[in-house]
Design a binder for this molecule. Structure first.
Ligand code: PLP
Length: 435
């Protein structure tokens, strides 16, 4: 396997694009030196890089491609829509059809506005919550890593350059499964908190009716509960992680899996709140998601085709099943190579991650980089273990064999030093203060 063409293109990509890519999570600092630099095409869960190397991919377009790359029924639906024009001076009837399809799936969601990115939807939710409550502060759950590219969230990360302190001061943080940390904020800022923003579940399951208690606390204090389902939507359950945990928020946001990789996201919620962005009220109007490209027909058609497949085929069951097989197979390799506590899977089977720790069992980026380097040698790209409907039993088997080989080297690196095995620099967190 060589990466000559990829290597040759890299300097140019960095000359032309800050960071060499349009998404930080795809950047060179996220992968080992011996990795494909550019992907040429994909089919199902397989991708081919610029040098013609083939890989089984995990992660799948930052978790957006749930069915598989170039999934024919979705591509055909989008193509058919495109042939009839993608953007007119009045809305397409597809906007209504797609709204109905989505709202039928999400309990308690009475209205929807579509957009292009998850961040558009989450930022719109923040604005709507502020307008509805007449308050400025937003509370986010700090154990969940990402909500938006916009200032209200990026301002409170390590990469807050360019964002005024005044904006950063409006976002507060609490901890998952720690109701008291939220209660303290409501006490400290009475009648000032517009909404509480959180994922329904990430690595840790809600304990002791936590979600229901958060909802009660929000409503007792006049704040809205907003669930970010950009990752969990259509993975945890057809009705979202909210359905999985049997709780209805005031607002929620969907993206990623909604269109199998096509650019479409959604803000959904209670009519009384959502209608502030509409024409049927006499209150002050809220500028709620209105962009030139907001409802392109092909993205709506792709989303409808994708949702139909989720409804008629066991897509979500498949994600759980293949995730479970990965968990089991990896555990066997971990035992075989005496790596208990050094390497392992975390998260839900439908949205699996792995951890890499050093000889002191501390989280280790060099060990992560080494692992990525070794699986790439065996034809696997897996910054996470997020599967799609296209990951077959055979793909998973091939992956487990590759992991077993990589974990053999991982053990040796723990015993002999990672520098002996790792080529190039370790990866770094995508959101950090300095290079
Ligand atoms: C939980 C969550 N919310 C929101 C977003 C933002 O979505 P987008 O990148 O489509 O703007 C992301 C992106 O990774 C996310 O993971």
């Amino acid at each position: 396997m060589n990466f000559d063409k990829s290597k040759a293109l890299k300097p140019k990509s960095h000359d032309l694009i800050p960071g060499g890519a349009h998404t930080y999570a795809k950047g060179d600092d996220q992968f080992p030196e011996l990795a494909p630099g550019f992907i040429e095409r994909g089919k199902g869960c397989h991708v081919w890089d610029l040098d013609g190397n083939e890989f089984i991919e995990y992660g799948m377009g930052l978790r957006s491609v749930t069915l598989g790359h170039a999934y024919e029924r979705v591509v055909d639906a989008a193509y058919l829509a495109m042939r009839n024009g993608i953007n007119f001076t009045r809305p397409s009837s597809l906007e209504v059809e797609c709204a109905e399809t989505l709202l039928n799936l999400i309990e308690g969601a009475e209205m929807v506005k579509f957009a292009k990115n998850g961040s558009d939807a989450t930022t719109a939710a923040v604005k709507l919550a502020r307008a509805y409550t007449g308050r400025d502060l937003i509370v986010i759950c700090e154990d969940h890593p990402f909500y938006s590219v916009d200032d209200w969230f990026i301002g409170v990360t390590d990469m807050s350059a360019g964002i005024p302190q005044a904006i950063r001061d409006l976002t507060l943080k609490f901890h998952y499964n720690d109701l008291e940390s939220l209660n303290l904020l409501f006490e400290k800022y009475p009648n000032q908190i517009a909404g509480v923003f959180m994922e329904v579940e990430r690595l840790e399951a809600p304990k002791d009716n936590f979600l229901q208690k958060v909802k009660e606390l929000c409503h007792k204090n006049g704040a809205l509960l907003i669930f970010d389902e950009i990752i969990t939507g259509f993975r945890w359950h057809l009705g979202g992680a909210q359905k999985y945990h049997d709780i209805v928020p005031d607002l929620s946001t969907f993206g990623k899996a909604l269109g199998n990789g096509f650019s479409i996201s959604a803000l959904v919620g209670r009519r009384e709140i959502m209608e502030l962005g509409g024409l049927r009220h006499n209150k002050e109007r809220v500028f709620l998601l209105s962009t030139t490209f907001g409802a392109e027909t092909h993205a709506l058609a792709a989303a409808m085709a994708t949702m139909k497949i989720y409804q008629s085929e066991p897509v979500i069951e498949h994600l759980y099943r293949q995730g479970e097989r990965l968990i089991k197979g990896i555990e066997q390799s971990v035992q075989e190579h005496r790596l208990d506590g050094y390497f392992g899977t975390i998260g839900k089977a439908c949205n699996l991650l792995f951890y890499t720790r050093d000889q002191n069992k501390e989280p280790s980026q060099p060990m992560r980089t080494l692992f990525l380097q070794e699986i790439i040698k065996h034809g696997i790209i897996a910054p996470s273990l997020v599967v799609s409907y296209s990951h077959t039993d055979e793909d998973v088997e091939r992956t487990l064999n590759a992991f077993n080989e990589a974990l053999f080297i991982y053990r040796k690196a723990l015993d002999e030093g990672v520098d002996k095995y790792l080529i190039g620099s370790p990866v770094k967190p995508a959101v950090r203060k300095y290079n």
